[in-house]
Design a protein around this ligand. Structure first.
Ligand SMILES: *[C@@H]1O[C@H](CO)[C@@H](O)[C@H](O)[C@H]1NC(C)=O
Ligand SMILES: *[C@@H]1O[C@H](CO)[C@@H](O)[C@H](O)[C@H]1NC(C)=O
Length: 376
């Protein structure tokens, strides 16, 4: 697919902050970014860590698995949509945080939850960003195929896994994989391949030969209710799902974190590795600058093709305890969005942000104990 991509074409320049400021002229994308920002309250700055308490679990009917997987998710967002996204209040989210659990035997449940705000509802302050002593070299933007046994098995690339429905996922615990919801569910029903969904680990072959994919079975799949709505109102805000493997894997995983404001991440950049469908059998890595963000979404022009959906989007976040920059999964790569602002159309690649409520939910899915998710 080759869409006319006004921002994309100049993506190299845009994603490099040094180049952007050198030119002195604002690109169309930067104009859009400013327009978009003007709609937004300062949602990203402070975040309180809420608690997600499960209330009831209902047995649901058997799943039909009738949906066709759509690997390339594309949405539209007009000005009404932009305003709505900006205006969402935390209480709107509670019902969206209800979730479905699909088991390998085809049964599923709906769990209702209650979201209580973080300690006294106080804003959690993000530590001030430290100035890096060593300035990172801004390489040419683009995608890099990761080859060589050494790199494939090396952190962070080794945390990238393939999802049998055609997407990518990221290892976020010893037994859990985070991916995009649209890889397993189209908003109305589960996709055909979700019944026997598997997770693929790219493993170096002995000696010569190409790396091989080793498949592991999934015990259960969890999808937030915010995604299960209708096809007409499809929104990327809750495009995430968690898969639990039948057995723990033996690779390192990447920790999750509530997405900080882009300014809080090293170089204001995001990174992700995935299995882009135009490079079969290869693990593809890329990084780029964050161009804009709403409470739920990260707008960027990281080059990506179908198949990279569900990739774990990470940034380097300052860890005040360990006193260093750590890679943390702060979002999931979703797809493409046409944004209509000021009568003009603009396109972005979009990642779902892990907001504090989403983080609380996924943490609960992983740990099965909401109390241990309070002190992250
Ligand atoms: C399906 O699996 C779940 C989880 O293991 C279990 O609770 C449920 O009883 C099973 N249902 C059937 C019909 O086997
Ligand atoms: C790879 O090497 C292991 C031992 O190092 C051996 O047991 C296995 O048979 C080899 N596999 C192939 C496909 O050569």
């Amino acid at each position: 697919m080759h869409l006319p991509l006004p921002c994309w074409n100049s993506g190299t320049e845009l994603s490099s902050p040094s180049a952007g400021s050198r030119s002195g002229k604002m690109t169309r994308c930067q104009v859009v970014a400013i327009l978009l920002l003007s709609f937004l309250p300062s949602t990203a700055a402070g975040t309180s860590l809420p608690t997600l308490v499960p209330r009831s679990t209902l047995q649901l009917g058997r799943v039909r698995f009738s949906a066709r997987p759509v690997l390339e998710l594309a949405t539209r967002c007009d000005e009404v949509c932009v305003r709505r996204e900006a205006a969402l209040l935390p209480q709107d989210f509670q019902e969206y945080l209800f979730y479905e659990t699909l088991y390998a035997n085809g049964t599923r449940t709906l769990t209702t939850v209650e979201l209580s705000p973080g300690e006294g509802g106080t804003e959690r302050r993000w530590p001030k960003r430290r100035t890096r002593r060593k300035r990172q070299i801004y390489g040419t933007d683009g995608r890099f195929s990761i080859s060589g046994d050494h790199f494939l098995m090396d952190y962070p690339f080794s945390t990238t896994v393939k999802i049998s429905t055609g997407c990518t996922g990221v290892l976020v615990s010893e037994q859990h994989v985070l991916t995009a919801a649209h890889c397993v569910h189209d908003g109305q029903d589960y996709v055909k391949g979700a019944r026997k969904i598997k997770v693929g680990f790219l493993t170096p072959a002995n000696g010569t030969g190409r790396p091989v994919m080793r498949w592991a079975r999934v015990r259960r799949t969890q999808v937030p209710k915010g995604w299960i709505r209708s096809l007409n109102s499809i929104s990327m805000d809750y495009d995430y799902a968690l898969l639990e493997l039948r057995r723990p894997h033996r690779r390192p995983h990447m920790e999750l974190a509530v997405a900080p404001a882009a300014e809080e991440m090293a170089g204001k950049r995001i990174h992700f590795s995935g299995f882009d469908s135009d490079r079969p059998g290869e693990l593809v890595y890329r990084f780029c600058g964050v161009e804009d963000e709403t409470a739920h979404l990260i707008y960027q022009h990281c080059d990506a093709r179908p198949g990279a959906s569900g990739s774990g989007v990470y940034g380097k976040v300052w860890d005040p305890v360990r006193h260093k920059w750590e890679r943390k999964v702060i979002g999931i790569f979703s797809g493409h969005q046409w944004l209509e602002v000021g009568g003009e159309q603009h396109d972005y690649n979009v990642a779902v942000r892990l907001t504090a409520p989403k983080f609380a939910q996924i943490c609960y899915w992983i740990k099965g104990d909401y109390k241990s998710c309070q002190n992250e």
